[in-house]
Design a protein around this ligand. Structure first.
Ligand SMILES: [Zn+2]
Ligand SMILES: [Zn+2]
Length: 135
């Protein structure tokens, strides 16, 4: 079993399994998600705000589903597009357009390689210092 933590939403103690929300809050999200998905499938031309007011769901929640990639828009859901958080282009799911996602992955790889090299250098310096002290 995982450690006990407080649910980020309702504050209840629960066994942490990698998700900051307790089982009940996850189920609640799941129910919302199914409602939103069904509504979008039936109302292809709806906007995010229409979905939110029709289902009484916060707009943020719908955006969150979309950003998490949980909710995917069909080609027909043209009124519910998201903006790429990096370049502002319209996207149908996730947080970034595919171009930005690729570019960021490359930047990230480069960044983590530099970090690795720096850490290796620091470790060998520490090791040398340690040896000097010892002998
Ligand atoms: Zn909860
Ligand atoms: Zn982009």
């Amino acid at each position: 079993m995982g450690d006990l933590r407080n649910c980020r939403r309702c504050g209840k103690l629960f066994a942490y399994m990698g998700n900051p929300l307790c089982r009940q809050c996850i189920d609640q999200d799941e129910e919302l998600f199914i409602k939103v998905r069904e509504y979008i499938e039936k109302n292809l031309k709806c906007t995010t705000i229409e979905v939110a007011s029709a289902l009484d769901v916060p707009v943020e929640k719908i955006l969150q589903f979309l950003r998490e990639g949980k909710l995917e828009l069909g080609k027909e859901n043209t009124n519910m597009l998201l903006d790429c958080e990096r370049c502002g282009r319209s996207i149908s799911t996730g947080r970034y357009c595919s171009e930005c996602a690729t570019a960021m992955e490359q930047e990230f790889r480069k960044g983590s390689r530099n970090f690795q090299e720096r850490r290796d250098r620091e470790q060998s310096r520490m090791y040398t210092a340690y040896r000097r002290k010892k002998y």
